[in-house]
Write a new protein. Structure first.
Length: 184
């Protein structure tokens, strides 16, 4: 599976120069912003309010892009009388994005696959770190502010992870700024 995914991504990336851009849509969009994560933690819902999201979208056509997405979420669990437990979840995903470009509001949907690293640090104990397959499926809205800037008003994703031989049903919410590069 991993070899197939790597081959598919490499083929798409290598094919991008040959694909024609059919209008003045930006060739590349770079997003950076805040991200909130809600995690299914052993049947309980836990929120990670501190995080970031960054993605790079290579627009092959006006409405189709290949996306590389990177997220990080952090939380310290505090319990009086016990050492703090620091956790972070870092993820990397790739996949297609479809975007409607009409007017100032540009809705989009995407399906991304990749992996997530979960690390748990507790003072006096060995760190626990595990990598797991993960999937993000969702969408959002960008509001075009100028030729080179848009505001990602909202991006919402269903975010499935497979830690400890079990699936977790998580959700992310992101907002931030999009830099639109290239295009006419």
């Amino acid at each position: 599976m991993r070899k197939f995914l790597t081959f598919g991504v490499a083929l798409l990336v290598l094919a991008f120069p040959a694909m024609a851009q059919d209008d003045n849509a930006p060739k590349v969009e770079v997003f950076a912003g805040y991200s909130f994560l809600s995690v299914d933690l052993f049947g309980e819902r836990e929120n990670f309010p501190t995080g970031f999201n960054a993605d790079l979208a290579f627009n092959a056509t006006r409405n189709f892009a290949l996306v590389v997405d990177f997220q990080g979420h952090f939380k310290t669990f505090e319990d009086p009388g016990f050492p703090d437990i620091k956790t972070h979840a870092i993820s990397f995903h790739v996949g297609p994005r479809l975007k409607a470009r009409s007017g100032k509001v540009e809705p989009f949907v995407h399906g991304l696959v990749g992996f997530t690293n979960l690390k748990v640090e507790e003072l006096g104990f060995p760190d626990i770190s595990e990598n797991a397959f993960s999937v993000k499926a969702g969408g959002g809205f960008d509001v075009v502010a100028s030729k080179h800037i848009a505001i990602r008003l909202v991006e919402f994703n269903y975010y499935m992870t497979r830690f400890f031989d079990d699936s977790q049903n998580n959700f992310t919410f992101s907002t931030g700024i999009v830099f639109r590069l290239g295009g006419d």
